[in-house]
Design a protein around this ligand. Structure first.
Ligand SMILES: C[S@@+](CC[C@H](N)C(=O)[O-])C[C@H]1O[C@@H](n2cnc3c(N)ncnc32)[C@H](O)[C@@H]1O
Length: 254
């Protein structure tokens, strides 16, 4: 897909038909998470491989960010898989990821260092309580449902204030609506928490109208479309850019 001009809002509908990475590309990215020892723990390798093979999330996010140069802050970054996908895609933008799960951050930081990824930082942070200072692009991928409504709204407003004139806010989230997909998303999130895949309890899938209202009130133009791939989940991709130039009300310095 050709990059959109850096100052246009990419139309999220253009990403709806994107497929997950093919086997070869998924393995190339996931290999970074394979253990060095023969009998080492392969959980992160298989988790990333399955995610990359089955979910069009990263093709969608890479397409949304392509053509931008602003540094990206990944809120709730997990293992920092997006940084690997970006570099593999030839996108060299500085990457900073934060997540509440200290174990994931330690493993992700070790892998990023072992791979020699440049301009990649991973840190422990509860984004429901604080956010780093940032001006650029922001990604929030499959994280919003873990925050209470007030914390979710506060995070979205803070993220909106961080978007540089040519930056983008890219959100992927399961949406709350009346569909069977929505029920499946909520059940699978609860299951992931119960079996220990996810430490945080999912509590609050947002609605599309609620998200639009918060982001548009915060001065962004929003484009939203489903990004299901072949998953049974009600996953949507939102891409937002400043409605007027001269923004980035948050400070750039970390
Ligand atoms: C489904 S995972 C998504 C990880 C990553 N964004 C990705 O797409 O691969 C959700 C992540 O949100 C993180 N998370 C949940 N609540 C958080 C909070 N309050 N602050 C920071 N991270 C949080 C979890 O630790 C987990 O890594």
């Amino acid at each position: 897909m050709s990059p959109a001009p850096a100052d246009a809002v990419p139309d999220a509908h253009a990403f709806s038909s994107l497929r997950p990475f093919d086997g070869a590309r998924s393995r190339r990215i996931a290999r970074a998470f394979a253990p060095k020892r023969l009998l080492g723990n392969r959980h992160d390798y298989f988790y990333t491989l399955i995610k990359l093979r089955s979910d069009p999330l990263y093709p969608g996010v890479l397409a949304a960010l392509r053509g931008t140069r602003a540094p990206v802050l990944d809120l709730g970054c997990g293992l920092g898989l997006l940084s690997h996908a970006l570099r593999q895609d030839g996108q060299a933008i500085p990457y900073r990821g934060v997540d509440i799960d200290a174990d994931k951050i330690a493993r992700g930081a070790r892998v990023a260092a072992d791979c020699g990824l440049r301009d990649v930082r991973l840190e422990v942070m509860d984004v429901g309580a604080e956010t780093p200072k940032h001006c650029g692009s922001v990604t929030i991928l499959d994280v919003l449902q873990f925050l209470e409504p007030d914390a979710q709204r506060a995070l979205l407003e803070k993220a909106a204030a961080m978007i540089a004139p040519r930056g983008r806010l890219v959100i992927r989230t399961g949406l709350l609506d009346e569909s069977g997909r929505s029920r499946t998303s909520r059940m699978s999130d609860r299951f992931a928490n119960l079996v220990g895949w996810m430490q945080e309890r999912p509590c609050n899938h947002p609605t599309i109208d609620g998200l639009r209202a918060i982001l548009e009130n915060a001065g962004l133009k929003v484009s939203a479309a489903p990004l299901y791939g072949s998953t049974p989940f009600n996953n949507w991709l939102l891409v937002a850019t400043p409605a007027t130039p001269g923004r980035c009300t948050a400070s750039v310095r970390a």
